[in-house]
Design a protein around this ligand. Structure first.
Ligand code: HOZ
Length: 429
């Protein structure tokens, strides 16, 4: 990287594990030194050496409007002049809750928390309390934050660094977690039993790279949960207000019992939420016996960023535009790969996508892991050198924003074409 980033990374490694506050950022999935980011605007990020990149990470999902959207910046400025945190209720929390409830019919009530991890952890607690059961089912390569009981065959960083089951989690906890292959209803049916409280699923997997649900998969999960009297939890931290305003549940027409949210609903500020029917949510303290709390929950600045982001997204043509541009990108890159004879699979749902370096189809963790990681790393670094910032792991999703103009997409296709030509020359001859 540039001199400044290199120096900062050296300093950071003395003080912070791996020099980063979230493992994948350390670039260990691709090698090399991460650029230290100084600022961002629209579709671009700028590092400490003033190098500019087209940003395809978007802070891992939240920045659907692009960086520094005028309206969101104004809302945050205004909120911050009123106070950073009160630890007391505010009108903004009701307004954000109303926006979520209006957008997502399966949610009648919700609780705001500070991260996706808190949201999924709380959703599991609620599901266990509501059913009086103990077991949880998840999917191989599915990642729902660093909740103890969900770090079993987990995707994202764990899978990137080959530690899908974290140390420090008691076996007594993980023995209550069943993990089966994504998109495999037969495996789900075989593993279900009378002690299963809930199935938690990313309705579009985003932490083994982007892997869409097979036709009928989510409907099948709904039916299995209904007949087994288990709850269905959609982890929409990534997909909520991303693949559609009303989330993946509206896109695929399946209603979960509990939904977790994060990322976009905070517009880039730390936030999370879990929501469900009023009947279920009334089990949460102080109304019911499920305890969950947080000093910074409903933080007024995060709420202001979230509200302004959702109000720009609502009734806009943003989702149609994102679909059009993302489809153009996918077609351009796939054509370039075919032209140069590089086998790839580009998985995409709306503005969420991953380029895998194998023939595919990529439908689950096993097929995602068949991607040639060496080629991915080379692709990543050549793109980075050409001013494109991609997720530094094969097992993560990339994101476009409303600020990615047609011009950006054309540049991305052109740069991918150039890079794929080199990859073909280096690997395929
Ligand atoms: N595990 C996160 C995305 N799946 C990455 C978070 C981060 O590094 O910011």
């Amino acid at each position: 990287m540039g001199k400044q980033s290199d120096a900062l990374f050296q300093r950071a490694q003395e003080l912070i594990p791996g020099g980063v506050n979230s493992p994948v950022r350390a670039f260990r999935g691709v090698g090399g030194t991460p650029p230290f980011i100084e600022q961002a605007q629209g579709s671009r990020i700028f590092d400490a050496d003033n190098l500019q990149y087209i940003d395809c990470v978007g802070s891992w999902g939240p920045m659907i409007l692009g960086h520094g959207h005028r309206y969101v910046v104004e809302a945050v400025k205004k909120a911050s002049t009123r106070g950073f945190s009160f630890g007391a209720p505010t009108a903004g929390e009701i307004e954000l809750a109303e926006m979520v409830v209006q957008a997502i019919p399966s949610i009648e009530m919700l609780r705001l928390v500070n991260s996706g991890t808190e949201a999924t952890m709380s959703a599991l607690r609620l599901a266990r309390a509501a059913t009086g059961r103990n077991k949880i089912m998840k999917f191989d390569g599915g990642y729902h934050g660093h909740v103890d009981s969900l770090l079993v065959k987990a995707g994202s960083g764990g899978a990137t660094f080959n530690v899908p089951d974290s140390a420090g989690v008691p076996a007594e906890v993980t023995k209550l977690t069943i993990s089966v292959p994504y998109n495999d209803l037969e495996a789900v049916r075989k593993a279900v039993d009378g002690d299963l409280a809930a199935i938690i699923v990313e309705p579009v997997a985003g932490n083994m790279g982007c892997v869409p649900p097979a036709e009928g998969f989510l409907q099948g999960l709904r039916e299995i949960c209904d007949s087994n009297k288990s709850l269905l939890i959609f982890d929409e931290v990534m997909t909520g207000f991303r693949v559609a305003y009303s989330g993946a549940q509206s896109l695929y027409g399946v209603k979960p019992d509990i939904t977790t949210l994060g990322k976009v609903i905070g517009g880039g500020m730390p936030i999370g939420a879990y929501g469900a029917s009023a009947e279920l949510m009334k089990m949460v303290s102080p109304l019911g016996p499920v305890y969950q709390a947080g000093t910074l929950s409903g933080n007024p600045i995060a709420v202001a960023a979230g509200k302004s982001t959702l109000s720009v997204l609502k009734n806009s043509s943003i989702y149609a535009d994102l679909e059009e541009r993302s489809a153009e990108f996918a077609a351009g890159v796939t054509a370039a790969a075919a032209k140069h004879g590089v086998p790839v699979t580009l998985n995409r749902v709306g503005s969420m996508w991953t380029l895998f370096f194998n023939e595919g189809p990529v439908t689950d963790f096993e097929s995602a892991n068949k991607s040639n990681r060496e080629k991915f790393a080379r692709f990543f670094h050549l793109m980075l050198a050409d001013g494109v910032y991609l997720p530094p792991s094969q097992l993560e999703a990339a994101f476009f924003s409303a600020a990615h103009a047609k011009k950006d997409i054309l540049q991305l296709i052109e740069r991918s074409d150039r890079v794929l030509k080199k990859i073909a020359w280096e690997f395929e001859k």
